[in-house]
Design a protein around this ligand. Structure first.
Ligand SMILES: C[S@@+](CC[C@H](N)C(=O)[O-])C[C@H]1O[C@@H](n2cnc3c(N)ncnc32)[C@H](O)[C@@H]1O
Length: 287
């Protein structure tokens, strides 16, 4: 377990992932019934952008650093608003020093009746996570293998909720495990929303992952991808994607309306772009 998210916190991929997470949470909060968030690979929750790790890569300057304080087109300002509210809460003196990871965004956007289970296997990171969530109501930190956590944490008693699976992609076979986890999670909690993240690095691996998920029998899977320059070239991560199972109604249209403006803001070289489409719609594809 070498991956430390502190090097990447607030980068372009976090912006899209966290903006979508915040929108999904807001939508889950429209109905009164309590929901549960399960975050299988949670990270440390709160990142210091002036810290050593963030400073060594400077990745956040090409992500959240381009957004906070920028004059955003209205469609983008509206789309990013729930996420930006949490970023602002963490920086009460203005500016941008602290950045919220997925569990802290969930802790801040869930309501009193909702629950968060944030799981992080790395012992030191789990301690930091515990500290980041100290004082937040109905938030529980666990230190299980995230791939197994789905088995013990789903289905939630509330029967409403969101599963976030955001692995580090540092080991072989993680795309396969991700597809298997989606199927297992759906078997246990078919009506739940799922949000899974993947890098756009190895085009063949991504194609096989999509094919496996599409052939699994799962339906209502929205695919959202963004690349800030042409992918497939050497160097740092150029693009990332998310699959959303059972996304809130019309989220696809909201994303499609806002994403081009976000890509324009985050572009970092030739060939930036995005895609929003249904990997599988209401009906599973025929064999
Ligand atoms: C991409 S980071 C998570 C970032 C976080 N979801 C966010 O958006 O703020 C992946 C995390 O998974 C943790 N991790 C690695 N292997 C794990 C495993 N088998 N189970 C749970 N966590 C794991 C790493 O320590 C790292 O903190």
């Amino acid at each position: 377990m070498n991956y430390r998210h502190a090097f990447h916190a607030g980068n372009f991929a976090d912006v899209l992932k966290h903006a979508l997470l915040a929108r999904i949470l807001r939508r889950l909060g429209v109905k009164d019934g309590a929901f549960r968030v399960v975050d299988t690979h949670a990270g440390i929750g709160r990142y210091d952008l002036a810290g050593d790790e963030a400073g060594r890569t400077g990745e956040w300057t090409g992500g959240v650093g381009r957004i906070v304080g920028a004059d955003l087109p209205p469609v983008l300002a509206d789309f990013l608003a729930p996420w930006l509210e949490v970023v602002a809460e963490l920086n009460p003196e203005g500016g941008l020093r602290h950045y919220p990871g997925s569990p802290l965004i969930a802790a801040r956007l869930k309501r009193r009746q909702d629950t968060l289970f944030a799981n992080e296997l790395h012992p030191e990171d789990a301690e930091h996570l515990q500290a980041a969530l100290a004082g937040e109501r109905r938030c529980r930190v666990m230190s299980l293998d995230g791939w197994m956590a789905v088995r013990s944490l789903l289905p939630p008693p509330e029967r409403r909720g969101l599963l976030i699976v955001d692995p580090p992609f540092e080991q072989a076979g993680e795309f396969e495990r991700l597809a298997e986890t989606m199927v297992e999670a759906h078997r246990r909690f078919a009506t739940g929303v799922q949000m899974v993240w993947y890098p756009l690095k190895d085009a063949g691996a991504v194609r096989r992952f999509h094919a496996a998920v599409a052939a699994s029998g799962l339906t209502r899977i929205l695919r959202v991808e963004q690349w800030v320059r042409r992918t497939g070239t050497a160097g740092p991560l150029a693009g990332a994607g998310l699959l959303l199972v059972n996304p809130p109604w019309q989220l696809d249209e909201e994303i499609a309306a806002a994403l081009p403006a976000l890509t324009a803001l985050l572009a970092n070289g030739e060939g930036a772009g995005e895609r929003v489409d249904w990997l599988v719609g209401e009906e599973a594809p025929e064999d």
